[in-house]
Design a protein around this ligand. Sequence first.
Ligand code: ATP
Ligand code: ASP
Ligand code: MG
Length: 292
Amino acid sequence: MTELKKIDVARVTDKVLDHAQRYFRGEGFIEIKPVMLGRVTDPLDGDPGSAVLKTGTIEYGGQNLSLMQSMILHKQKLIAEGFDRIFILSPNIRLEQPQREKTGRHAFEFVQIDFEIAHAKKEDVFELVEGFLASVSKAVETDCAESLGTRGLKCIKAPFDRYHVKDLEAEFGPDWETIMSEENDQPFWALGLEREFYDDEKNNYDLILPEGYGEVLSGGQRVHETQKVLERMEAHGILETNREYVEFAKQGIVPSAGGGIGVDRLVRYFTGAEHVADVQLFPRIPGRSVEF
Ligand code: ATP
Ligand code: ASP
Ligand code: MG
């Protein structure tokens, strides 16, 4: 493959973002501005896939504020306040361990197309995301042909296959994500993963890209029963460090489902880039120094 130019990466990224905004608005969502600092953020607890060294924090005005790892908790707060369908182009900072450089899909700063739907079930999310992926891949293929060069993009066909993680682990072992991603030429859903406290244990999902590109989305139906939320936080040892969320949970969580699509990973897949560093104009890669 010819070397990817920055302008080509930027054109494909621009198309993905433009399409996401049109698509989600067309599905009745409103776009919320991102929040970058919080009294709370996604603790990334209980997700064996997560390997952050620590949560980034700054001290300001006498408060300790966390750099946003994901807006899940803020999404839930808005849903409880009566918002119905929201999406955010959300920048996240995750101080990943340096060895994650080798995966080719980890940056320590990236953007999610993060969305949440009040009173939704996982099937609502599947249909929404399948429609998005099928249409955005068509848009990229049609409008960014020059930027894609020799990258032959497979036509994405919905609906995607669904598998339970238990079955994948039984068949392929702990490396199921890599093996299945390499073997498939269409994205697929993996269900029922081990998860953060806020995701329903059974009704959560990852979307895995084909051709070895791996995970591009995580999400779930959210735990909304206050007692259950508190029990799970306690079991994960994060009750004391998330008092603001505990207070929120006591006032009543409104059921919802949602997820977040990693933009950098999606662009890497579309362009066929070797490493996510190749699709970031200002690479932020664990284990590598920042140049500008
Ligand atoms: P992984 O298992 O690949 O480390 P994760 O499960 O920890 O990812 P999530 O918490 O599920 O990540 O984040 C939601 C989405 O955000 C991911 O599916 C991915 O698309 C994107 N994402 C998460 N971490 C990163 C990262 N370090 N670099 C780039 N994109 C990321
Ligand atoms: N955005 C994801 C979600 O909504 C959370 C995450 O980043 O893991 O579930
Ligand atoms: Mg995940």
